[in-house]
Design a protein around this ligand. Structure first.
Ligand SMILES: C[S@@+](CC[C@H](N)C(=O)[O-])C[C@H]1O[C@@H](n2cnc3c(N)ncnc32)[C@H](O)[C@@H]1O
Length: 297
């Protein structure tokens, strides 16, 4: 779900990066894209292994890279604009859940996204010490150690995005598979509960405009329905690196939140649990992990 771009994320000076997506400047000053390195051991965290073999990428290094990214963001007009949009909507948030961040020990895009969430939380008038909860099946030991050292919570179960929001919750799903967002919407698709959701993720409008309706009704039916009734606030991608926050919007169901019920009663009908064809699967399913564990044993 990451749109292509021509200006990629770099670290602040003096920080080493090992990012599959960065542009490389050749001697002649021409840009060429690095080929994406294959993942050596996918899903290592889920199957109990570890692939953080790159020397020097230890917890403390990643934490200082993260702090540098936070400083960078806090000085940006991009962040100031996002905060202005988000503050009125997020000021009563009681819980923060982040899915699909990726391997932020290796990928500066993911690291900046983590920095964004932490900066946003720190600037909002939320309960002191509110830890964010994180899950990504790709997390390795370094990701877990960094998050825990920073006082965040790492979730261990892969519920494929089917989290029940029992209180007002910000879900941050940067560039995540549509099916993950779709599952989350399904799990909370009731009049009372849907008002608890605030999502920062790929723009619903872009999802609807950029994919055939036939495909969306199969793979993202709840996004299709939500796009009609949720309010969407695009977070304008003005940050100096164009491939970190592109195509990102804040979404919530304003009319239900304010008690002004304007949505049709039929919206809450026909809410079967989504299922996906194996060939269409975009997210890492629980079943896939179980199969990998069996294969390894
Ligand atoms: C396109 S990547 C985005 C990574 C990063 N946020 C970025 O913008 O570069 C999608 C992410 O979703 C994660 N993902 C897939 N299935 C998931 C699941 N069941 N629960 C949480 N995250 C999942 C993947 O591991 C991957 O890190």
């Amino acid at each position: 779900m990451r749109a292509s771009s021509n200006k990629s994320a770099k670290e602040p000076p003096g920080v080493e990066i090992t990012d599959d997506f960065k542009l490389v400047v050749t001697k002649k000053g021409q840009h060429r894209r690095k080929t994406r390195a294959p993942l050596k051991k996918p899903l290592h965290s889920a199957i109990g292994g570890e692939s953080d073999t790159k020397p020097g990428l230890c917890r403390d290094t990643v934490i200082s890279q993260l702090h540098a990214a936070e400083t960078d963001l806090l000085q940006s007009g991009y962040f100031a604009e996002c905060l202005e949009i988000a503050e009125p909507i997020l000021s009563n948030v009681q819980q923060i859940v982040c899915l699909g961040l990726g391997k932020f020990s290796e990928c500066s895009i993911a690291r900046y996204q983590l920095a964004f969430l932490r900066c946003l939380r720190d600037k909002l008038p939320l309960p002191a010490g509110l830890a964010a909860q994180f899950f990504d099946p790709l997390f390795g030991r370094t990701e877990v150690e960094v998050l825990q050292t920073l006082g965040e919570t790492v979730l261990t179960e892969n519920v494929e995005g089917k989290y029940s929001a029992d209180c007002r919750t910000l879900f941050y799903l940067p560039h995540c598979p549509k099916q993950l967002v779709n599952n989350l919407l399904w799990k909370n698709w009731q009049r009372q509960q849907i008002a608890n959701l605030v999502l920062i993720c790929n723009s619903f409008a872009s999802v609807v405009n950029n994919h055939p309706h036939r495909l969306l009704s199969r793979n993202a039916g709840y996004i299709l329905r939500a796009a009609d009734v949720f309010k969407e606030f695009p977070l304008r991608n003005t940050f100096r690196f164009s491939d970190i926050f592109n195509d990102t919007s804040l979404h919530y169901l304003a009319s239900v939140s304010t008690g002004k019920e304007e949505v049709p009663a039929t919206l809450w009908e026909n809410c079967e649990e989504p299922t996906y064809e194996e060939d269409d699967l975009e997210l890492v399913s629980q079943q896939l992990i179980e199969r990998l564990v069996v294969d390894l044993n």
